[in-house]
Ligand binder design. Structure first.
Ligand SMILES: *[C@@H]1O[C@H](CO)[C@@H](O)[C@H](O)[C@H]1NC(C)=O
Ligand SMILES: *[C@@H]1O[C@H](CO)[C@@H](O)[C@H](O)[C@H]1NC(C)=O
Ligand SMILES: *[C@@H]1O[C@H](CO)[C@@H](O)[C@H](O)[C@H]1NC(C)=O
Ligand SMILES: [Zn+2]
Length: 973
């Protein structure tokens, strides 16, 4: 940095330029505050008659993988992997200041936030200047780069909002990323593209795409396309320009100049040995010209960086400066290749300027294979316990956010101390990372994610207790039981009298079954008005006793439904009953095998044959002739296409009562299930318990359940995308290329985030899941879902551990319990049941307990809403934004073609929404809440235009699948 100071006598060799433009001083390195020239204005000029090569310096910083997020930040445990994000940011900023032409993009706000907090204010000022000048540019900008196969849209929107809000508040408009950047996720979900479009991104880039898909696209120059990511939203609302990067996210071969790489530096002193400039230039021109053959315009992009690179950024930048200098020097002798420092948005701007037409894509990028026997479809199910914990944590976070709004300031500081929602909000955001909820991290890192979620929930519990105390007018101690799924709750086991609080985070009434571990055999249950509620006591099952190990002693479970009048009957059977039923469904069993045999909807008079059983695929250990690929955390590779049955028959016990009817099936010591039908439920519950999966036979096992039905399908089945819109799948088929199927099982697996279904003209069987899982339909009428995986080998994608989960309580292997919910309907009305059902499974009521009698002044009922929302509308977000405002997201939860009743626009009056809040002002935002809706202007890649309403109106209309985001200025009544 050259300082010009007129008062000093300059030494002869120091030349000081002061360039004067009509009174404005311009300093070469921009230390003086200039007008901001970030975004598209900060892009370097390109040459229209040349091939322009956009060199994009970048680092890919996983928010946890082989090391925890904090270990990566500090560069701790470098014996596992040499990686330290704090040094990367230190070094990059230093190097950017050395040459104003240089550019860098940064992606993961979880890391940037940590670093920013530790900088001095002068360093923060310097960085702000770099951002204002577009030299440091944020792309994507969420807290992490989320996984696409195993995340739920609600958590993805939250994590993007968290990161983008920080960037906006720290850097203003220059901190707003223009492109989404998912260079590493292992396959790409259509719903992600839809969300990114609604977040205002102009384009989307990623690195991984199926090798057959890529080959076809390279040949036809279709690696850049327009993704129409919704079948319901009016284009271009969910249209997103999408670019597949040329080399994953790595530099071209031979041009990696990081300290983690071994490529030769540019040796440009002709007086020294090994001068190699000519060689480098020749090789580079060859690489650029080859790459250009597969793309449409005279612009190409090169990602100059990779995992945790730029820790010593000088190495990269010194060589990139020279590369640009020497390659461009050849232009004077006729070369038509022009190199420039660039960013993805600068590259995107050139593609937009090219004004071409781009192929339209309407399906998604699943499954992903990088070779014939390497299908990345195992991680759809890997670590099923973590996947469920992440999903419950989302429910807990939404409840926590809502109660923070409803309880007001007293919720953060009240009788139970200081509580907050931020800890859980950040833990959930970290858990969305593509090596977190995906299950593709090392074991110690998976433990760290779970620990963060648990700590977040503890902070939220304090907040929830404070909020409930304020709403109920009682500061009696509130107790939480987080292990009800395995019938463990010290309070209910020991207490003779207790009360249960139920908080429903949905904006619709629900009937929810409650099951509590108890030691006694007779209990009376009354509701808030003192009326008796029908309840039953059942013995705790053997499988529950097995799975809880020594964490509880209750002999019985007390079962009742919230809001259910007493009817009072009960019958106990040994052996299979011929049938169980309620007013909606009838379920039959095969008396010989004890398996399910049929399902009827009694209202619509539909009946299907339905057999269900458990099987396991024997995992490949990578020792066969075709390929050495074993099954692992990422990859699913069964040894044989025929799964082995766990048992052809189940030992059966059943309990029937007016509250619930259940059939307990035991298939083996490590597989059992309860088939359960509650009195008021339109869904049949299958509660499966799998584990410890035995491996003493030295066979890795991937356990599935399969439903074989009489529904007449022909190769087709349906799975959701991130819990929202549903996509049609066809066996051995991809909509955009001619598939050569090389793995008949794994190559047909798709992610299921919340539901899958089979249908013919009459019947639709929908399965709603309680977490993300992989699944497929490999035979007509059949649907299989993978539940658990226990493997003996690493799959060579870096984790270097076998997916063989155990813990202190389960040294013999994790036991996993979960639920599937089955509904049978006509295809034309099936969504009327499965849409609300799936939301109930995602946002489950929170149960709280108080020992003994409640004080008489306790308010027993409260609703935060004036009335239930219309059935098509889901309350997606209600959270405190700042002192005077709350963030509200309302979602139309039906697709345009799904329901005669519900697939219509609906109108909600925001002023009449809340019971305790007055709405003083409404502003509409983009989906990620980092831009005002009326300022959101995206590149148009198609001539159609969207229509936006006046945001000052409080009556808002939602069309099918639309999410609208509002900032409400509120005051408390
Ligand atoms: C883009 O192309 C269309 C059709 O080819 C043309 O009508 C339009 O004027 C072009 N726009 C620009 C900005 O060049
Ligand atoms: C639970 O019941 C068992 C058997 O009646 C009894 O031995 C035990 O003390 C009871 N535990 C509690 C905490 O009531
Ligand atoms: C973005 O941040 C600025 C302050 O940097 C703030 O004034 C503005 O309201 C924020 N925009 C949104 C949409 O929140
Ligand atoms: Zn990654």
């Amino acid at each position: 940095m050259l300082v010009c100071n007129m008062a000093l006598r300059l030494r002869p060799v120091t030349v000081c330029f002061l360039v004067v433009f009509s009174g404005v001083f311009s300093f070469p390195l921009g230390q003086q505050k200039k007008e901001t020239t970030c975004g598209y204005q900060s892009c370097h000029a390109t040459k229209p008659d040349m091939l322009n090569v956009h060199l994009v310096p970048h680092t890919h910083d996983d928010v946890g993988w082989l090391k925890t997020v904090d270990q990566y930040y500090y560069g701790d445990r470098n014996n596992i992997q040499h990686a330290g994000v704090q040094y990367i940011l230190d070094s990059v900023v230093d190097q950017l200041l050395k040459n104003p032409d240089r550019r860098f993009i940064y992606v993961e706000t979880a890391f940037f936030y940590r670093w920013w907090k530790q900088q001095s204010s002068s360093m923060q000022q310097t960085v702000k200047q770099l951002v204002d000048e577009g030299r440091l540019e944020f792309v994507n900008g969420g807290w992490c780069m989320s996984d696409e196969a195993t995340t739920h849209y609600s958590a993805v929107i939250d994590q993007m909002t968290l990161g983008l809000r920080f960037l906006n508040e720290t850097f203003g408009v220059c901190g707003r990323p223009r492109v989404a950047w998912h260079i590493d996720p292992f396959g790409h979900a259509r719903e992600h593209a839809s969300m990114f479009a609604q977040m205002g991104f102009d384009g989307f880039f990623f690195g991984r795409v199926d090798y057959q898909d890529r080959a076809r696209r390279m040949k036809d120059k279709e690696q850049e396309l327009l993704w129409r990511a919704s079948s319901s939203l009016t284009p271009p609302m969910a249209d997103l320009f999408t670019g597949i990067l040329p080399n994953g996210y790595n530099p071209p071969d031979g041009f990696c100049w990081d300290q983690l790489c071994d490529d030769a530096p540019i040796r440009d002193d002709p007086d020294l040995e090994d001068y190699n400039v000519d060689d480098v230039v020749t090789r580079f021109l060859k690489a650029a010209n080859t790459q250009a053959l597969a793309y449409k315009t005279n612009h190409i992009i090169m990602t100059m960086g990779s995992d945790f690179q730029y820790e010593n950024a000088n190495l990269w930048y010194k060589n990139l400066d020279k590369l640009i200098l020497y390659v461009n020097a050849n232009q004077s002798s006729g070369s038509k290749v022009n190199l420039l420092y660039s960013t993805p948005s600068c590259y995107l701007q050139e593609l937009h300027r090219a004004n071409l037409t781009w192929p339209l894509k309407e399906d998604d990028f699943f499954p992903y294979a990088d070779a014939a026997h390497d299908f990345w479809t195992g991680y759809f199910t890997s670590r099923p316990a973590l996947k469920r914990y992440e999903r419950i944590s989302n429910s807990n976070l939404q409840t926590c956010n809502q109660l923070e709004v409803l309880g007001g300031p007293a919720s953060r500081k009240g009788p139970f101390g200081a509580g907050d929602s931020q800890t859980l909000s950040k833990a959930m955001a970290v858990a969305q990372h593509h090596d977190a909820v995906s299950g593709t991290e090392k074991q110690h890192v998976a433990n760290d994610y779970a620990k963060r979620l648990a700590e977040g929930w503890q902070h939220c519990q304090v907040l929830v207790s404070n909020s409930l105390a304020s709403l109920r007018g009682s500061s009696a101690e509130i107790i939480y039981c987080d292990n009800l799924n395995i019938s463990v709750c010290p309070l209910t086991e020991a207490s003779k009298k207790f009360s249960v609080g139920v908080y429903n985070p949905l904006a619709h009434p629900v009937t929810w079954p409650v099951r509590l571990p108890v030691n006694g055999t007779a209990y009376g249950v009354t509701d808030a008005t003192g009326k008796p509620v029908d309840s039953q006591v059942f013995p705790v099952s053997r499988s529950t006793q097995d799975v809880r190990r020594n964490r509880g002693f209750a002999r019985n479970e007390l079962v009742f439904q919230v809001q259910a009048p007493p009817l009072g009957f009960s019958t106990y059977f040994r052996g299979a009953p011929p049938v169980i039923q309620n007013k909606y469904l009838q379920v039959t069993f095969d008396p010989d095998t004890g398996l399910l045999s049929g399902l009827s909807n009694l209202e619509t008079k539909q009946t299907i044959k339905l057999t269900q059983n458990f099987y396991w695929y024997n995992s490949s250990r990578g020792n066969n002739a075709e390929s050495k690929q074993p099954s692992g955390a990422y990859i699913f590779r069964p040894n044989s296409s025929t799964p082995l049955v766990v048992s052809k028959t189940a030992k059966v016990q059943s309990f029937q009562s007016s509250v619930v009817q259940e059939v307990r099936q035991r298939f083996s010591p490590w597989v059992s299930q309860v088939v359960r039908l509650y009195a008021d439920s339109k869904a049949l519950e299958l509660e499966w318990t799998v584990g410890p999966v035995p491996i003493n036979d030295w066979q890795g096992k991937e356990v599935i359940t399969r439903l074989d039905t009489s529904i007449k399908t022909s190769q087709l089945f349906y799975t959701d995308s991130n819990g929202r819109e549903v996509l049609q799948r066809r066996k051995d088929f991809r909509p955009t290329w001619e598939l050569k199927q090389t793995e008949p099982i794994a190559g047909n697996y798709y992610p299921i985030n919340s539901r899958a279904f089979l249908k013919d003209d009459e019947d639709q069987l929908t399965v709603v899941t309680d977490r993300s899982q992989g699944g497929s339909s490999l035979q007509n009428g059949s649907l299989e879902i993978m539940l658990h995986r226990r493997l003996l080998f690493d799959d060579y994608r870096g984790v270097d551990e076998a997916l063989n989960e155990a813990s202190e309580i389960f040294p013999d292997g994790l036991v996993v319990r979960g639920r599937l919910f089955l509904t049978l309907d006509h295809p034309a009305s099936a969504a009327d049941t499965h849409r609300p059902l799936a939301q109930q499974v995602v946002l489950q009521p929170l149960l709280t307990f108080t020992d003994g009698d409640l004080s008489p002044e306790t308010q027993l009922e409260f609703s935060g809403l004036q009335a239930a929302l219309p059935s098509a509308v889901h309350l997606l977000t209600l959270s405190q934004w700042d002192k005077d405002s709350v963030l509200l997201r309302l979602e139309h939860q039906f697709q345009s073609d799904e329901s005669q009743v519900n697939s219509r626009p609906v109108t909600v009056n925001l002023q009449k929404l809340f019971s305790t809040l007055d709405v003083l002002g409404v502003s509409e935002l983009n989906l990620s809440a980092n831009q005002w809706k009326d300022e959101m202007k995206r590149f148009e890649w198609s001539p159609q235009k969207g229509t936006f309403e006046d945001p000052s109106v409080t009556e808002v209309t939602l069309r099918p699948m639309e999410i609208r985001t509002f900032l409400l200025r509120v005051s408390r009544r």
